[in-house]
Design a binder for this molecule. Structure first.
Ligand code: ATP
Ligand code: MG
Length: 230
């Protein structure tokens, strides 16, 4: 198992193909030091999601290794890996139930105080209190009680409460109003603090938050550096 990890992530010369003879990643080497945030950018089909898929062990590489704190992730249990690697998905996953249930997903033991503290930290508390039943408001998976931006903030609260050392953020492309956008950016800063993160970023404002920007093209890293350098 991975007891208390630092969150150092190393993709060591990764080759991967979904279909034989059609490599989706052609020798990717990438090192995220503990606490560092990396933005993955590139055209559609360049391999961004594939990198994430391998870190989550949805697939294993054909060649090379993914290491966390120097340990090959194939040598740890899936459950301990999942407890350390959190995902905030693009189509932020909201299920039928109360707002409270949606935030404490994966942390069923969380107290009301912890849930509220997480919501406050990511700017979600105010809009939640504005809902008819506050934290007890029922939402539906595809319902429209919540705006896209509110869904995003809710998923941030969930991630913050779960407190994984490594965080994956697959950013939504949906347009969000400027005010909510600012709240999201502020919340993102809080969420990234003390974690290693990989962000599939679409917004320039998110990319700016990253310590390192990695540009992918056809399964290869073609550029890498910080925002000023690129
Ligand atoms: P997008 O910006 O559209 O999300 P991406 O950078 O995330 O693109 P990937 O999804 O990693 O790109 O895809 C990399 C390559 O692997 C592409 O050529 C894609 O067609 C292929 N691919 C992705 N998923 C699968 C799959 N499940 N089966 C077969 N091929 C796949
Ligand atoms: Mg993708």
């Amino acid at each position: 198992p991975l007891p208390s990890i630092r969150g150092d992530v190393h993709f060591d010369n990764i080759v991967f193909e979904y279909e034989k003879g059609r490599p989706a990643l052609k020798g990717i080497s990438l090192h995220a030091k503990a606490g560092q945030s990396i933005a993955l950018v590139g055209h559609t089909g360049s391999g961004k999601s594939t990198i994430i898929n391998l870190l989550c062990r949805f697939y294993d590489p054909v060649q090379g290794r993914v290491l966390i704190d120097g340990t090959d992730i194939r040598d740890v249990t899936i459950s301990s890996l999942r407890s350390q690697v959190g995902i905030v998905m693009q189509d932020t996953f909201i299920f039928g139930g109360s707002i409270r249930d949606n935030i404490r997903y994966g942390r069923l033991d969380a107290t009301h105080e912890e849930i509220v503290a997480a919501a406050k930290a990511v700017n979600a508390h105010d809009f939640i209190m504005g809902l008819p039943d506050g934290y007890d408001t029922q939402v539906e998976e595809r319902g429209n009680v919540l705006s896209m931006g509110q869904r995003q903030l809710l998923s941030f609260a969930r991630a913050l409460l779960a407190d994984p050392k490594i965080l994956i953020l697959d950013e939504a492309t949906a347009s969000i109003d400027t005010e909510t956008e600012l709240k999201i950016q502020e919340a993102l800063k809080t969420l990234l603090e003390g974690r290693t993160s990989f962000m599939i970023a679409h917004r320039l404002s998110t990319i700016r938050h990253a310590d390192e920007i990695v540009v992918l093209d056809h399964g290869e890293i073609v550029e890498q550096g910080n925002h000023e350098a690129l």
